[in-house]
Design a protein around this ligand. Structure first.
Ligand code: ADP
Ligand code: MG
Length: 739
């Protein structure tokens, strides 16, 4: 037991945690479960947040805090706990008192868990947004931290900053709570005479240019900052480091592309000329022209294009991509367009074939579920060069598919794909040009990270004559009026979508659905049931006499295709759908988008859905249906509901995709925002892609400078960062080396 006394300083990285004072084998096991094996790992177990006296409110100020949008913290002792079984809903109340007043905390779920968690007299810090519940300022399902009576209280009273650590059940059972971690870490940090810190991996030049705090000082300061300023500096150092490695990966990848010989194409030719003059019934917007110039410059340069094309839904990205495809075809190459869903691929293909048949450019569609014979015919047409343009889903990635001369890849709705899928397609040609398109507008700092290896073009204006979609929030009791409105629109010659969400009955609280859940078969069956039932009622009762159609994910491709065609050709007035219509569908005559149980959708999803209308010259309307209770703020019963309410309010107030994306990102964080298999970049632990914009820009500048001076990181002073990249980011690094 105990650690053997070292004669010289011991390396932190080589000291197993079990030999640190206060740990031992049993706790070491629990620590291993959160990835802590060495003393250094322990130092890198950063606080989840801090309790700072200057940021803690007195309870008598809770009323004022009602007006604040930020979370606040109150520290006090639990005065009473009370489980209410009266009324329709069981609830748990706790009263917290700090000597100035008392405050009520309320729980709706997991009541017995919380009831056992807090005991009368305990010192607790509760954090959350103060909301009004039954006319009293309250905290609903607040975050909580148990504080240690004497030492924490003393720390707080002397103005100290207390670190609060991420906790797991396993850590708690082993007796490693925040307060114990505090004690262990304090001792570890103070034994500077016993332990040797690793050398700072960041090059001296980077440290100086960006005024960064040194590693050992920052490691101490992030746990026990003297004041807010030191805390900010130590955090900044680690955020910088994290972003620096990420940007370095991107810089290296960009370097690789810039040194890869590409297919030099001549942009002027009959095809493009003919297309612009005779095929499209409109003129390009200025913004489309600028973007086209950037694409053309890429395609005639010595290196492969590697470009992200951003533009809000309906801004006209597809035609831009078509021009790029025609350039490729005009130069004797093939082009491929990959779309995330079969409906979208089919629709894009229909558009493309319409145009390209007239120009004598051969095209084919490749999606799942096609007959073997059909498919092998398509394969041979492609490999033998009889087909110039291929449109498809990820069926394009199939190994059997080979191209004759693939010169351009277009990926539509890029955010729906993973990087590996994109790369698998790229490997089917020899350094083909790449154009990825997304309608999810990305805040600039994000495009510097998530898409930091791509050049970016943005279509910033909508085609002429578009009217802003009007958006309204309506409750169940408004249904008759809403239906009448839709009826009138149809009588005026327009069409409507009615969309049903995923239904997940196992969840008691109303939560937004996400893309991952789409894959969940049982959930989608339920969605189908809801949509089907809704459909029957709408067809047979509400809209009798109108043509009501149904589309959902479990139809065959041919069936879906038939329905979409019928809708486009006005043989259907009202299309009832699950979220299969979410992305990319283009029916300009549709002017109403009714979204059922709108609170179940995420913001980006809502934005996509709303993007299905307002595509023609007629005024369009997006109607968000919710339960009546949602219309009144004071009927909101949980944090989730409060967030959903906020989301819907923001959505009705703006159609600005950038604003929506930024807000969504803030609510959900980048991981969920992009979906887990998204970007191929390592997850960020500390840096916040929205709030840390300045650090991102600085880290990027330094990283790109180093990658330029020393592309392979071979210089002496760069070996530490090189090793770090190879060690911690090897997966991404493989992906970098792959190109
Ligand atoms: P998105 O950017 O969402 O992919 P699309 O490419 O589907 O948008 O274009 C939306 C609609 O706008 C299509 O019907 C398209 O034909 C039309 N469109 C594209 N560019 C213009 C333009 N410059 N003027 C008028 N209509 C346009
Ligand atoms: Mg599109």
């Amino acid at each position: 037991m105990g650690s053997p006394l070292p004669e010289t300083k011991r390396s932190l990285a080589e000291t197993e945690v079990q030999y640190i004072k206060g740990i031992g084998p049993r706790r070491a096991e629990a620590l291993a479960s959160v990835g802590i094996k060495s003393a250094l790992d322990l130092l890198y177990y950063f606080p989840r947040k801090y309790l700072d006296r200057t940021r803690i409110l007195k309870i008598r100020d809770a009323q004022t805090a009602l007006l604040m949008t930020d979370e606040v913290t109150f520290v006090g002792r639990i005065q009473s706990i009370y489980l209410s079984t009266r009324g329709p809903r069981r609830m748990l109340f706790a009263t917290l008192s700090d000597g100035t007043a008392s405050l009520r905390c309320v729980w709706f779920n997991a009541l017995s868990y919380f009831a056992n968690l807090f005991k009368e007299g305990e010192l607790i810090a509760f954090s959350g947004k103060v909301t009004s519940y039954h006319d009293k300022p309250s905290l609903i399902h607040p975050e909580y931290d148990h504080l240690e009576d004497e030492s924490d209280e003393e720390l707080l009273n002397t103005g100290g900053i207390i670190p609060v650590y991420p906790m797991t059940e396993q850590l708690r059972i082993a007796g490693i709570e925040s307060r114990r971690l505090r004690r262990i870490l304090k001792q570890l940090i103070e034994s500077t005479d016993r332990y040797e810190y690793p050398p700072d991996p960041l090059p001296a030049e980077v440290m100086v240019t960006n005024s960064l705090m040194g590693l050992s000082e920052a490691l101490a300061s992030i746990h026990f900052p003297i004041d807010q300023k030191h805390l900010t500096y130590s955090l900044r150092r680690f955020k910088f480091e994290e972003l620096f490695y990420l940007e370095l990966l991107l810089a290296i990848r960009r370097n690789v592309i810039k040194h890869t010989p590409g297919i030099k194409m001549n942009p002027s030719g009959d095809l493009v000329e003919n297309f612009a003059r005779n095929c499209i019934p409109f003129k390009f917007t200025e913004s489309q022209k600028i973007v086209l110039r950037e694409i053309v410059d890429d395609m005639r340069s010595d290196h492969p294009m590697h470009r992200l094309l951003q533009g809000d839904v309906g801004s006209g990205k597809t035609v831009v991509a078509l021009v790029a495809m025609l350039i490729a075809v005009g130069n004797g190459y093939q082009a491929a367009l990959m779309a995330p869903t079969e409906i979208l691929a089919t629709q894009q293909y229909a558009t493309i074939r319409d145009y390209f048949d007239k120009l004598g450019v051969s095209s084919s569609l490749l999606i799942g579920g096609q007959k073997k014979r059909v498919r092998s015919q398509i394969y041979s047409d492609i490999v033998e060069g009889r087909t110039s343009v291929v449109v498809g889903t990820h069926a394009l990635i199939q190994e059997e598919l080979k191209f004759d001369k693939l010169g351009l890849i277009v990926v539509d709705e890029q955010h729906r794909f993973g990087v590996e899928q994109r790369m698998a397609l790229q490997e089917k040609g020899e350094s083909p040009h790449l154009l990825v398109m997304t309608a999810t507008p990305i805040p600039r700092t994000l495009s510097l990270t998530i898409y930091g290896d791509l050049d970016t073009s943005t279509i910033s204006e909508m085609p002429m004559g578009r009217k802003r979609v009007k958006t309204a929030l309506r409750g169940d009791s408004d249904r008759p009026k809403v239906y009448k409105f839709i009826n009138d629109q149809v009588l005026a010659g327009r069409q409507a979508f009615i969309v049903y969400p995923l239904v997940n009955d196992t969840e008691p609280s109303r939560r937004q659905s996400d893309a991952e859940k789409l894959q969940n078969v049982s959930a989608s069956r339920k969605a189908l049931k809801a949509a089907t039932q809704g459909f029957v009622k709408l067809r047979d009762e509400v809209f009798r006499g109108l043509k009501v159609g149904l589309i959902h994910g479990q139809m065959t491709d041919a069936e879906k295709d038939d329905v979409m065609r019928a809708f486009k050709g006005k043989a259907i007035d009202i299309l009832v759908a699950t979220t299969v219509v979410e992305v990319g569908i283009d029916v300009p005559n549709a002017t109403v988008m009714l979204i059922e149980q709108a609170d179940r959708f995420g913001l980006s999803q809502l934005h996509q859905l709303r993007g299905r209308i307002g595509r023609g010259t007629h005024q369009s309307y997006c109607i968000l249906m919710v339960e009546d209770g949602y219309l009144e703020e004071n009927k909101i019963q949980s944090r989730e509901e409060a967030i959903a309410h906020q989301r819907l309010k923001l959505f009705t107030s703006t159609t600005d995709g950038f604003k929506i994306a930024e807000y969504d990102l803030m609510l959900r964080g980048p991981g969920e925002f992009f979906g887990t298999r998204q970007s191929g970049i390592p997850p960020l632990k500390l840096a916040n892609l929205i709030k840390d914009r300045d650090i991102i820009i600085q880290a990027r500048r330094s990283a790109f400078k180093i990658a330029e001076q020393d592309p392979h990181l071979r210089e002496e002073g760069h070996s530490a960062i090189r090793n770090k990249l190879l060690k911690d980011y090897s997966e991404s690094f493989e992906f970098l080396k792959a190109s």
